[in-house]
Design a protein around this ligand. Structure first.
Ligand code: MG
Ligand code: MG
Length: 255
């Protein structure tokens, strides 16, 4: 079932989204060569705690996962696409890092992700990051009243195709509100004019994950969580929680 949010609810989601943005900024700020991924998670957790927010990631166990997620942050490095567990791995010069964080505040949820490099970046990684950001921007730009979910999917996949990148076929964006994952699903592959109609008050997490090797297939690590490219190519992930409004898409996960 799709829940259409009131403007008051969207304002509350904006506050949850602000906490997410601040947590991501803190985690990114903590990232440097030699730093453990666990320390990025700790930085994000501190922001959540100080804001009085809880983590919808910590303890989350969807049907595909063998164990509950043990952190507030997903941290996925280089060929890891998404859902990486922030453990003892120490960041190295040139690593491409994708971090994804959620926050629940006063019963409302936000969810966002960013990718960046640590140390001296590889030019190809910067291009991949730019293309993934562009895919998110295009998806958000298509999230307008009168369009359908498929228009968002098509906008994202058009950018990915132009960049010759693949995207995991069965992971994408989602409705969001009281729960982190609500209906409708927001596929990253899709056809324009299809799917659920977008209307004022619909809140969505839009999240392209681009894989430089161009395949849509991916592997799952033995930990049951980490998604990885099948060819060892690099991956990037950007996500915002947005609301469809009569005056255009409203990004809820900005600082
Ligand atoms: Mg996310
Ligand atoms: Mg999400």
């Amino acid at each position: 079932m799709v829940e259409i949010k009131t403007d008051t609810a969207l304002d509350a989601m904006r506050e949850a989204g602000r906490v997410v943005a601040n947590a991501l900024a803190a985690a990114r700020g903590a990232a440097a060569v030699g730093v453990r991924l666990r320390e990025l998670d700790e930085a994000a957790h501190t922001v959540l705690n100080e804001a009085g927010a809880s983590s919808p990631f910590l303890g989350y166990q969807p049907s595909f996962a063998p164990v509950p997620f043990p952190a507030v942050l997903c941290a996925s490095v280089n060929d890891a696409v998404s859902h990486g567990i922030p453990g003892d791995y120490r960041l190295r010069d040139g690593d491409l890092v994708s971090i994804d964080c959620g926050a629940e505040l006063d019963g409302w949820t936000g969810d966002a992700a960013i990718s960046f490099t640590v140390g001296t970046p590889r030019p190809a990684d910067l291009e991949l990051i730019a293309a993934t950001q562009q895919a998110l921007d295009a998806g958000i730009a298509a999230a307008t009243v009168g369009h359908r979910i498929g228009d968002i999917s098509h906008a994202i996949s058009t950018v990915a195709r132009k960049a010759a990148c693949g995207m995991p076929s069965d992971f994408g964006g989602h409705g969001i509100g009281r729960q982190m994952h609500e209906d409708p699903h927001v596929p990253n592959h899709g056809r324009p004019g299809r799917g659920f109609p977008l209307r004022h008050g619909l809140a969505l997490a839009i999240e392209p994950m681009l894989m430089a090797g161009g395949h849509n297939d991916y592997l799952t690590d033995p930990d049951g969580w980490t998604l990885r490219t099948i060819d060892g190519s690099q991956a990037a992930h950007f996500e915002h929680t947005i609301a469809i409004t009569e005056s255009g898409p409203r990004i809820l996960t900005l600082p």
